[in-house]
Write a protein that binds this ligand. Structure first.
Ligand SMILES: *[C@@H]1O[C@H](CO)[C@@H](O)[C@H](O)[C@H]1NC(C)=O
Length: 307
């Protein structure tokens, strides 16, 4: 019972679809057989499409099929079409760091890729490639490819390597400083000793027996009051120094002479020359010390020539 009902339904469906095919689909099937790549509309006609890699030379018309031709060099058609021109092949611009990966054919566009050392990670939208990261000082973790930039090793945490580097630098600086100081101290000590020896030699030229008095006036004229004061303070008290100043107001040269004389009396005759030169020297007035010494020496030499 059920089977005969189903069979009836099937017969109905088959007859309906047969009638439909005969009525309207016959033409379509024929067209599909004639046009291997489908049809397109042109004016009143349904024209066959040209195959991939071809363009339409002449649209179809009554009694004439579509005229197709291969795409000229430098152009392509990737699909069956009804177009009268092919698409232009993409030019891979060297200035944008691109090169040809696949040459253009009549059926496929050029495929560009990045030059070595450049990358573009924008997929289909890559019109320009960018320089691969160099990872200077960090090191490459993943090498650069045409479609992905280099991956560098992470910078070490500031607490780690940087602190270590700072400590190393500090130690180096401290070491250099200490070495430099040691070198200098050694050299400085040697220099000072040499100077002292030279001065002692100079001082020994003056005999203890040389009498200072004949040179006092000349010495007072070349020394400043301040310099003589500095020397006088070594043996005289402030009151004595003040007295010399008060006794000769407004006359610095006279004050200088009187102060020098006061110092001389306190110092005593013997070794006075040497003591004066030494005192000036010790007060940091080396050029004055030299000047005084020269005055005395010249004077003594003059005396020896006379006698
Ligand atoms: C593309 O074609 C040119 C010449 O027509 C050839 O020199 C070049 O090697 C080709 N490139 C590729 C990637 O096939």
């Amino acid at each position: 019972m059920m089977n005969s009902k189903r069979l009836g339904l099937l017969c109905f469906l088959v007859s309906v679809s047969l009638a439909w095919t005969v009525k309207g689909g016959g033409m379509r099937r024929r067209k599909r057989q004639q046009c291997a790549h489908g049809v397109y509309s042109h004016e009143a006609f349904q024209c066959c499409r040209c195959q991939t890699g071809h363009l339409v030379l002449d649209h179809c018309s009554k009694g004439q099929a579509t005229q197709c031709a291969q795409c000229p060099d430098g152009t392509f058609m990737a699909h069956p079409n009804g177009e009268k021109s092919c698409e232009h092949c993409t030019h891979c611009q060297h200035a944008r760091h691109l090169e040809v990966k696949q040459n253009c054919t009549d059926k496929t566009n050029t495929v560009c890729r990045c030059l070595s050392g450049y990358y573009c990670d924008k997929g289909e939208d890559c019109f320009t490639c960018y320089s691969c990261e160099k990872c200077e000082g960090l090191g490459v973790k993943v090498a650069c490819t045409a479609t992905s930039n280099t991956v560098c090793h992470e910078k070490n945490s500031p607490g780690g390597l940087i602190a270590c580097a700072v400590i190393i630098i500090l130690v180096l600086v401290a070491t250099v400083y200490v070495l430099w100081r040691m070198g200098c101290l050694k050299k400085c000590a040697m220099k000072k000793r040499n100077e002292d020896v030279a001065e002692l030699e100079q001082l020994s030229v003056l005999s203890d027996d040389v009498v200072l008095r004949p040179y006092l006036s000349k010495i007072a004229s070349v020394l400043k009051l301040q310099d003589v004061k500095a020397v006088a303070r070594l043996t005289l008290d402030e009151a004595e120094i003040d007295r010399q100043e008060i006794n000769h107001p407004n006359n610095a040269e006279e004050q200088t002479y009187k102060l020098l004389e006061a110092w001389y009396q306190k110092q005593g005759e013997r070794g006075a020359c040497k003591a004066l030169v030494k005192a000036l020297h010790n007060q940091g007035r080396k050029s004055d010390a030299n000047r005084v010494q020269r005055i005395i020496q010249e004077g003594e030499e003059g005396k020896m020539l006379m006698s």
